[in-house]
Design a protein around this ligand. Structure first.
Ligand code: SAH
Ligand code: SF4
Ligand code: F3S
Length: 473
């Protein structure tokens, strides 16, 4: 598999920032608003921070109110059909705004926009979209928006800009407007090489490419200096970090480098592919005191036959042994996972293998998905005659079991004292603050709002399937 890196030269990035300044001057004084609506995974959340960073540099204030936004950006996800339908529904609904305000600009970007079929559909049927570009184009958003504003003029929606290439880029020096001041995303790599047979991500995000460790560490240091206390390293498969880089570094080494940054903060990461989760990684996690005792390890299925058809490169037994090793190194480890129900050809026996595996491992929480056919992926071509109702029934059984396990594990936390980071407001009855344990469990608390951003010792007094409740000591 070729590992290409096309690094965007610093001058090119400077040009984009010049475009921001030029646009700001051209648009003149006065208040302007922009909104970014994000679908999909944390990588998309992280990309939206870049979009907002650029928009701010152009003089837009960021708003959540689409009625008043001069620019509406919809950053889309293609991973399941349901996500796409929601995007189309919400974009379609923007036509009422365009009717009243033809000068406003609607942008559709992200993973859906990388598909030519979708771009054609947008061109034909979603006339309210003025600019449409794929994830590889993110770094040159200012240039594309400037072009759109130029062709758009004041007359409305006659000329539109569509742009998507397959150039897989690594761009440094992107501006970011981060959400909040306690938790931060840090993208360490982009793309994916794994080609799980159900998954669209490698097709829309391109081949895997890592950022240089010096750039990642420098950004982590900036975050710590800015006061962030919970940093999540992001990649589709962080365990393969470093491959194709011109330096001798792997993910365990990167963790150690970030752990060495002075300061009181916590390191998280996602996602880890089980085939690449090695003892070296768990040893690094155990050794790095800032590394949170949490791992999200998507199992997808507990049936060897299905795992093979999914191209996951591990067996049920291998997965269980990875979990055992992880727990040996990190006894307090909190494990979470993703599971797909209804993959083509899944039988009741395959499903029971999945159910049994999840009950054996006891995941703290599970993200369960019904298989969604993604045109262009191998599995989309495979026949399946399992009735929809049978798949739904399996899904319900799995969810019920997962919830029972979560509730039981959470109940076992009652009476314990845990260290949490208070990270925001909670709307849970009389509990007004939300916090997370090292393992990532959600704990609702009571207390003054100025505790947000602080660590606290908390006694767990109550729990349910989704959260713990506690009192600050
Ligand atoms: N890179 C990550 C996750 C990417 S997508 C990983 O490898 O785990 C997040 C989750 O969406 C996946 O773990 C999978 O459970 C689910 N998913 C991906 N494609 C899907 C599809 N076609 N149908 C249903 N669920 C899917
Ligand atoms: Fe998709 Fe598999 Fe890559 Fe995850 S590892 S993004 S599930 S192809
Ligand atoms: Fe969706 Fe793209 Fe993430 S398809 S899950 S937003 S990488």
């Amino acid at each position: 598999m070729p590992l290409e890196r096309r690094e965007i030269a610093p001058e090119k990035m400077k040009e984009q920032m010049d475009v921001c300044r030029r646009l700001q001057a051209a648009l003149g004084p006065g208040e302007r608003f922009a909104m970014v609506d994000t679908y999909g995974c944390q990588q998309n959340e992280s990309d939206s921070e870049v979009l907002r960073g650029y928009l701010r540099a152009m003089g837009y204030a960021i708003t959540d109110d689409e009625e008043k936004a001069d620019v509406i950006v919809v950053n889309t996800c293609a991973v399941r059909e349901h996500a796409q339908m929601r995007v189309f529904g919400n974009v379609g609904a923007l036509s009422h705004i365009k009717r009243v305000h033809p000068e406003r600009i609607v942008v559709l970007c992200g993973c859906m926009a990388q598909s030519e079929a979708i771009r054609e559909q947008v061109k034909r049927s979603y006339r309210m979209v003025d600019l449409c570009f794929g994830p590889h184009e993110l770094w040159r958003f200012p240039e594309l928006l400037e072009r759109t504003i130029r062709v758009h003029g004041l007359s409305g929606n006659t000329s539109r800009v569509f742009e998507a290439t397959d150039t897989e880029t690594v761009a440094e020096g992107l501006p970011r407007a981060r959400d909040g001041s306690v938790k931060a995303w840090l993208t360490i790599m982009n793309g994916c090489n794994n080609f799980c047979t159900y998954c669209i991500v490698p097709y829309v995000r391109g081949r895997e490419r890592s950022r240089r460790s010096a750039d990642v560490v420098a950004e982590a240091r900036e975050l710590v200096e800015a006061g962030y206390k919970d940093i999540t390293l992001l990649g589709q498969n962080v365990n393969s970090y470093g491959r194709g880089l011109n330096e001798d570094v792997d993910f365990a080494a990167l963790l150690r480098k970030i752990n060495a940054i002075p300061g009181d903060f916590r390191i998280r990461f996602m996602t880890s592919h089980p085939k690449d989760a090695t003892e070296t990684l768990f040893a690094a996690m155990a050794e790095c005191e800032k590394c949170a005792p949490h791992i999200h390890l998507p199992v997808q299925s507990g049936s060897d036959r299905i795992l093979k058809a999914m191209n996951r490169h591990y067996t049920r037994e291998k997965y269980l042994s990875v979990v055992e090793t992880a727990r040996r190194y990190i006894p307090e480890l909190v494990l979470t996972t993703d599971v797909i129900v209804g993959f083509p050809g899944e039988t009741e026996e395959d499903f029971l293998d999945t159910l049994r595996l999840t009950e054996e491992v006891e995941f703290d929480s599970m993200f369960t998905f019904i298989y969604s056919r993604r045109p262009g992926t191998p599995a989309a071509e495979w026949p399946d005659d399992t009735p929809r109702a049978v798949i739904q029934e399996r899904f319900d059984r799995l969810l019920q079991s997962a919830n029972a396990v979560s509730a039981r594990l959470h109940k076992a936390q009652e009476g314990k004292t845990v260290r949490v980071l208070i990270d925001g407001l909670s709307k849970n009855g009389e509990y007004n603050l939300s916090s997370r344990t090292g393992g990532g469990r959600l704990v609702h608390l009571r207390g003054p709002e100025d505790l947000i951003g602080q660590w606290a010792e908390v006694k767990i007094t109550d729990s349910n399937t989704f959260a713990l409740f506690g009192e600050k000591l």
